[in-house]
Design a protein around this ligand. Structure first.
Ligand SMILES: Nc1ncnc2c1ncn2[C@@H]1O[C@H](COP(=O)(O)OP(=O)(O)OP(=O)(O)O)[C@@H](O)[C@H]1O
Length: 604
């Protein structure tokens, strides 16, 4: 533990009243346990503190956070922090991201910004800062985003030369004079709400008309209402058509910049804007985080995050959301949850308690009448399905035999862990290759646990899950552990054949993978079954045939004849302990004329 940093954080939290409790105990490890805190790789220093919306009230106690001299990210936004900008933050020489927006900070901005020469994003908007904009900001050569909007800053805007600056917002202050030459590349709207004269010049972007219903930023009330109210006002204005033009321009601009806010996505979905507003206003419903989760964000953060649609699954849409500190999370928005709040919460608690290196951890969830969300880590390499079959026209990723064995073994171990839950009765209910990801050691890792029990009865048999569904589930619509084994067997067949569970041939004929494999094997053409890509790997035929036998034992018709998950794990381990590497590697087999797989595909 970084003892000094821990002390500084405890001094901070013990001396600043807050309404949400934090799991910061003296006895627990800071780096792996404390909410909102991230340490350096070697665990020697705290490098990030993110505590938005914790309800901190009052001035930041001196000589607390200022002692975290290795800090790179500090987010205390959306609290009720008052007082002056802490003078001892000048010790935070490594600070790159500073988010203090939506607080009640007052007084002048720090005179000397040059002490933080790594600063990249500075957001001090929506406070009560006054005084002038410090000239020293011009020393920040990495500064990409500067937001000082909705304060009481006055005087002229200094003419900085900030080559990295991509976004600036100085709107709604008391600034005077004219827009300096170096900032004429930004739209007039970022300077609006000041006493600034805009000289007309051919190079200027035409001014964006201010929404006629925009709140008076100087009024205390508007600050207290915060973003939710703004969102509501904007939506209301849209509905009334008063600002259609401004809104269109705004949408175009944000599209251009590639930023699609998660809330936008929600609005584009089936949810009405009114519902979004009412939902964000529902103070009783908060994101619930699981113990040991290091993320610190709230629902508003998620709604504000840049989001990308990952896809529509059986249970709703999945989005990739990038939080302000560049953390990527996956948010699943569940449709048609069939259970009430209590059952939902109980199921989430079970799922959230499953901690295993081969199970994708549920980080947080959210339940309200209108909205049910689940938050997971984002797996940048995509799912095994995307790797095997390519996704949305993307290339399929080359997976050699070692990779596939590790995926199979990891997923089997994850499944065995899941089946051990709830006194050995827990059912996954939706095993398929798009729900399997690769962990940091490139072993399979199972996602989407526990959803099938809280959702409305299974989707019609035509759905994408059909190829994975055991025959008895098609009839009874009820998943059980043996049907999970069947689905897992289909995933093994996918890994062996490289084919989707249901696919068409050139002649539009629909092929069911299980039936196809059975028919080929029956004709004793077993070798024809395997993915041609695997044929490049030397000396693996025996292992492939053994894996094929395991897969076929999982997809037998009678549920009680299928092996149990721990047995499947043992059988795969017996084919080859990929993790102990008891098979000579392909490089050592010089007799082979086949070239070894590319280095990136090999086990590290
Ligand atoms: N944690 C994650 N990291 C990266 N991508 C993810 C993550 N979770 C889901 N995805 C991807 O998002 C897309 C949609 O996922 P989702 O689980 O909602 O649907 P699905 O897997 O296609 O079907 P189902 O809902 O039946 O599981 C899929 O392409 C999936 O691989």
């Amino acid at each position: 533990d970084p003892v000094e940093d821990k002390r500084a954080l405890l001094d901070f939290v013990n001396n600043l009243p807050h309404s949400r409790s934090l799991n910061w105990n003296e006895s627990s490890p800071v780096c792996s346990y404390w909410t909102g805190v991230t340490c350096s790789k070697d665990g020697s220093r705290v490098i990030s503190v993110r505590l938005p919306g914790v309800g901190f009230q009052g001035p930041i106690p001196p000589n607390t956070l200022g002692r975290l001299s290795a800090l790179q990210i500090l987010s205390l936004r959306s609290n009720l922090i008052s007082g002056h900008f802490p003078y001892d933050f000048s010790n935070l020489k490594n600070l790159s991201f500073l988010y203090l927006q939506y607080n009640n900070l007052s007084g002048p901005l720090p005179a000397d910004f040059s002490v933080w020469n790594n600063l990249t994003i500075v957001n001090l908007s929506n406070n009560r800062f006054d005084g002038s904009i410090p000239r020293s900001l011009s020393n920040l050569t990495h500064l990409a985003v500067l937001n000082l909007a909705n304060n009481s800053l006055y005087g002229e805007i200094p003419d900085f030369n900030l080559p990295s600056l991509q976004q600036i917002n100085l709107s709604n202050n008391d600034l005077t004079g004219s827009v300096p030459k170096s900032f004429t590349r930004f739209p007039n709207s970022v300077f609006s709400g000041n006493n600034i004269s805009f000289e007309t010049s051919a190079s200027r972007v035409p001014p964006v008309p201010a929404p006629s219903m925009a709140p008076n930023p100087k009024s205390k009330n508007s600050r207290e209402l915060g973003e939710t109210a703004l969102l509501g006002i904007v939506i209301a204005a849209c509905v009334l058509g008063f600002v259609a033009f401004a809104f269109l321009i705004h949408v175009c601009c944000s599209r251009k910049k590639g930023r699609n806010e998660f809330s936008d996505k929600l609005q584009k979905g089936e949810m009405s804007p009114e519902k979004v507003v009412s939902r964000t206003q529902d103070a009783n419903n908060r994101l619930v985080f699981f113990e040991g989760c290091n993320y610190a964000f709230d629902l508003e953060d998620l709604l504000r995050a840049s989001a990308e649609v990952l896809g529509k699954g059986t249970f709703g849409m999945a989005y990739k959301a990038i939080l302000e500190d560049a953390t990527a999370v996956v948010v699943k928005r569940l449709k048609e949850v069939s259970v009430g709040k209590r059952d939902f919460e109980q199921q989430m608690e079970v799922v959230g308690s499953i901690k295993h290196e081969n199970v994708v951890e549920l980080r947080a969830y959210y339940y309200s009448k209108d909205e049910k969300l689940m938050v997971y880590d984002y797996y940048s390499q995509g799912s095994v399905s995307a790797m095997l079959h390519g996704k949305r026209g993307g290339e399929r990723i080359s997976l050699d035999w070692d990779n596939r064995m590790k995926i199979a073994l990891g997923a089997a171990r994850g499944m065995a862990r899941i089946h051990a839950e709830n006194g050995g009765k827990f059912v996954h209910g939706n095993i398929k290759s798009s729900n399997i990801f690769l962990n940091s050691r490139r072993y399979g890792c199972v996602s989407d646990i526990g959803l099938s029990t809280i959702m409305s009865p299974l989707a019609p048999p035509i759905s994408r899950a059909a190829g994975y569904r055991a025959p008895e589930v098609t009839d009874t619509r009820k998943a059980a552990q043996p049907s999970d084994i069947y689905s897992f067997g289909v995933v093994l067949l996918e890994l062996l054949t490289g084919k989707s569970p249901i696919h068409t041939t050139g002649g539009d004929e629909i092929i069911h993978l299980v039936r196809w494999v059975h028919s080929v094997v029956r004709e004793e053409w077993t070798a024809e079954v395997f993915d041609v890509e695997l044929m490049r790997c030397p000396n693996i035929e025996e292992e492939m045939v053994e894996m094929l036998q395991i897969a076929l034992s999982c997809v037998v018709r009678m549920p009680d004849q299928r092996p149990k998950m721990p047995e499947v794990v043992k059988m795969i381990e017996n084919v080859r302990r990929v993790d102990t590497e008891n098979r000579p590697s392909s490089e050592n087999r010089s007799e082979s004329s086949t070239p070894p797989p590319p280095a990136s595909d090999r086990e590290s």
